[in-house]
Design a protein around this ligand. Structure first.
Ligand code: GCO
Length: 255
């Protein structure tokens, strides 16, 4: 049965993977045999993450580009083409957070979150799918959704709107790409102990609320998402499409 989860020989691009959830997912896919392409906007951070994976004996390389910039995304995939790099698995993980009440929010801040958390998934997904379709051997797209793909929380409107869009973008990808044997699904993380959530983790009231409102009674850890990523990246999920798997401790399932 383990063979169905084996990613040996497959190359995975994980956007925004120099730290946090993205890095944990890259490590998890490497653990299953994949070669990871670590992405970020800064060369030194990408190099450091690649070195960490290689130090563990994994196959990894870096790709420095801003996923929110269309020209940069197109150029990055042209570089992959030139270097003979074929992306079999794409994880659209890159995301930012900006917490402010909507009545105080400036359009530029709204657009920056939407660009990075939603538009980027379309841009990178489009470039990856073009090549998966042309190669004719299918592929896997995994978008990182959120609890806010289903339930809103005050002060994170652009993030919530983007993650709601990720839910339906995932289904759109499934609708258009399933016939090419590309499975597009999403992972919905619960409240996870990441750098992006530091302000929440260090807020005693918010920390208490997360623990009280979650049947697991705790925050999740980035590496607790890796198994779901391996499943969705592997042959085990070849007949699963357009789904979001929530790894949230049960948060969304209870009142
Ligand atoms: C927030 C957090 C979000 C949550 C995520 C849970 O401010 O709500 O930064 O990123 O952790 O949406 O799925």
């Amino acid at each position: 049965m383990s063979a169905v989860f084996d990613l040996t020989g497959r190359t995975a691009l994980i956007t925004g993977s120099v730290r946090g959830i993205g890095f944990a997912l890259a490590e998890g896919l490497c653990n299953a045999g994949a070669t990871a392409i670590v992405n970020g906007r800064k060369q030194d951070a990408v190099d450091e993450a690649v070195a960490k994976l290689r130090a563990k004996g994994f196959q990894a390389r870096g790709a420095v580009f801003d996923v929110a910039e269309e020209l940069a995304v197109v150029a990055a995939f042209e570089n992959f083409d030139r270097d003979g790099v074929e992306i079999d698995i794409l994880i659209n993980n890159a995301g930012i957070q900006f917490r402010k009440p909507m009545v105080e929010l400036e359009l530029k801040d709204w657009e920056r979150v939407i660009d990075t958390n939603l538009n980027a998934a379309f841009l990178v997904g489009r470039e990856a799918a073009k090549r998966m379709i042309a190669r004719g051997r299918g592929g896997k797209v995994i978008n990182i959704a959120s609890l806010t793909s289903e339930a809103a929380r005050a002060t994170v409107a652009p993030y919530t709107a983007a993650k709601g869009g990720i839910k339906m973008l995932t289904r759109s990808m499934a609708a258009e790409w399933a016939k090419f044997n590309i499975q597009a699904n999403a992972i919905g993380p619960g409240y996870i102990l990441t750098e992006m959530n530091t302000a929440l983790i260090e807020n005693p009231e918010f920390d208490a609320w997360v623990k009280a409102s979650n049947p697991a009674g705790r925050w999740g850890k980035p590496d607790e998402l890796a198994g779901t990523a391996v499943y969705l990246a592997s042959s085990a999920s070849n007949y699963v499409n357009g789904q979001i798997i929530y790894a949230d401790g049960g948060w969304l399932s209870v009142l």
